[in-house]
Ligand binder design. Structure first.
Ligand code: SAH
Length: 224
């Protein structure tokens, strides 16, 4: 899979891909992440990519020209399955969407900034808009990092068996059971006996029951 992320702050996105699971996925060649600096597509001498909003008001708006130039340039190299824009008023990101995105070959993720991007980009150049929650961030970079992490860990070969994504919360509309590790007792606080029993069928059964109970308590909406 290849992900091109268009941003005015590529440095903000360097670290998330240089550690842990995402780093390994890139090293294995399972995914290629290409950070594209929007300013490289500005037609202005000062590399300007934003301007005042028509009609006035506070906040700058990313212009359509550099974004269109950038997307057109990328599209000349390969065809894209989705061109995503991170936006607080987009579709709320859920596991189902991550599953779908993880099956794609090439995607673009466009990060907005300031007051947002010229509406015509959203109308004509974007295929889907994704929100990571009902709050407003300063820019789309952290949202893009969240989105990419959610997608990349699902690509076959990225996680090993132990950390299999299939047992994570939301995959089957259940949230994950509690987990414990050494020491077996801390401060008088123990761990459930069944986990120490070595009886794998009982452990599986307990975990499933815990998942259902937790979902009923914490996220009854998932059971509907
Ligand atoms: N004025 C806009 C917010 C702009 S925030 C509004 O009120 O809707 C600047 C940029 O941050 C956006 O263009 C978007 O790319 C990104 N962003 C902010 N919050 C986000 C969220 N919850 N999910 C995804 N992207 C977000």
């Amino acid at each position: 899979m290849r992900i091109d992320i268009i941003t005015i702050h590529p440095q903000l996105l360097e670290s998330p891909f240089q550690h842990s699971i995402l780093k390994r996925a890139i090293q294995k060649g399972v995914v290629e992440v290409n950070l594209v600096n929007l300013r490289d597509y500005s037609t202005y001498k000062q590399k300007q990519v934003d301007d005042y909003a028509f009609g006035g008001g506070a906040g700058m708006v990313l212009m359509i020209e550099p974004i269109a130039n950038c997307i057109n340039h990328l599209k000349k190299e390969r065809s894209y399955d989705e061109i995503l824009y991170t936006s607080p008023d987009g579709e709320l990101l859920e596991q189902k969407a991550c599953n779908y995105f993880s099956t794609l070959k090439n995607i673009i993720v466009l990060c907005g900034h300031y007051k947002g991007i010229d509406e015509r980009v959203r109308q004509h150049l974007i295929t889907k808009e994704i929100s990571i929650g009902n709050y407003v961030l300063s820019g789309g970079e952290l949202a893009a990092a969240v989105l990419c992490d959610g997608i990349i860990r699902l690509i076959p070969g990225v996680l090993n068996d132990e950390t299999s994504a299939l047992t994570d919360s939301f995959q089957d509309n259940l949230i994950a059971p509690p987990v414990y590790t050494r020491p077996q007792e801390y401060n008088g606080w123990g761990v459930p006996d069944v986990l120490m029993s070595g009886h794998s069928a009982n452990i599986e059964k307990w975990r499933h029951e815990q998942s259902i109970e937790r979902t009923q308590q914490r996220r009854p909406d998932l059971l509907k």
